[in-house]
Design a protein around this ligand. Structure first.
Ligand code: ATP
Length: 253
């Protein structure tokens, strides 16, 4: 039997504890994620999707319940401690890359995370051909901008680079936090297709929050609907395959 890569058991989060505005955001979340799952997550604003990512990513500690990574309790593991097996791409293209460094330097840094920079950059030249092939998979011209400072890239190119950097070391868990939301429809579609290809080819385990219902339906093997801090629906197999925007909208009512 497949062993889960990540488990959330009775996870709750509370904000403003002990004050008049104390609120429970995540209300007893139970979620078992298997290796290779590509889970799309939808829900109304304020449903708790980002809070879920914050709890998984370690930006926020669960107030109740337990998180297990490959069976190990990580409930109280720091955000830093989770970077060994987890990566996150945010909505803002400015996050995730160093603006003054070139595309190639950013990639090398992502690959050698934790090593001294002078050691990292000594090996840059020998890697350029390989990096060119890698960035070309994003289908957005990034291969012609390897020596360009990241701050001078378009939002789409920069976001594609953030995605590549996050996946370079093949994290056990990849969190995509509306990573195409700030892009125009064409650029968003290109990045989404490249994202899907990489997740499939590298057999990554990924969770993706999106407000694009078509993307949530089209991509991944599993779809979660969040509502009021709870998982309202968890759709897989035929249920997901036969989902339409109309059927999905009904879960929001
Ligand atoms: N630190 C906090 N203090 C108070 N309330 C918070 C805090 N963090 C989140 N919330 C509230 O928790 C609820 C869930 O927020 P969250 O950002 O997880 O929702 P979301 O589903 O990601 O929404 P969106 O689609 O708008 O990004 C919201 O009502 C939000 O205002």
């Amino acid at each position: 039997m497949t062993k889960p890569i990540l488990e959330l058991k009775n996870v709750t989060t509370v904000v403003n504890r002990g004050t008049a505005s104390q609120t429970t955001i995540l209300k007893v979340i139970n979620l078992t994620i298997n290796p290779g799952d590509f889970i799309t997550i939808v829900g109304t604003n304020g449903a708790g999707k980002s809070t879920l990512f914050n709890v998984i990513g370690g930006n926020l500690t669960a107030d109740g319940g337990q998180l297990l990574h490959n069976g190990q309790d990580i409930t109280h593991l720091s955000q830093e401690g989770r970077t060994k097996f987890l990566a996150r791409v945010f909505q803002d293209p400015k996050l995730g890359t160093a603006p003054r460094m070139t595309v190639a330097e950013n990639l090398l840094l992502a690959e050698k995370r934790g090593q001294a920079r002078h050691l990292v950059f000594r090996r840059l030249k020998s890697r350029l051909t390989e990096f060119k092939t890698l960035v070309a998979t994003m289908n957005n011209g990034l291969e012609n901008r390897l020596m360009t400072a990241t701050g001078a890239l378009s939002g789409g190119q920069r976001q594609a680079l953030s995605f590549l950097m996050a996946t370079l070391k093949r994290p056990d868990i990849l969190l995509l936090d509306e990573h195409t939301a700030a892009l125009d429809p064409h650029t968003s579609a290109t990045l989404m297709a490249a994202t899907d290809q990489r997740i499939r080819e590298d057999k990554l385990t990924a969770l993706m929050i999106t407000h694009h219902m078509e993307d949530a339906i089209h991509y991944g093997n599993r779809l979660l609907v969040f509502k009021d801090g709870q998982i309202k629906a968890d759709l897989t197999g035929k249920d997901k395959a036969t989902l339409t925007p109309e059927k999905l909208a009904a879960y929001f009512e």
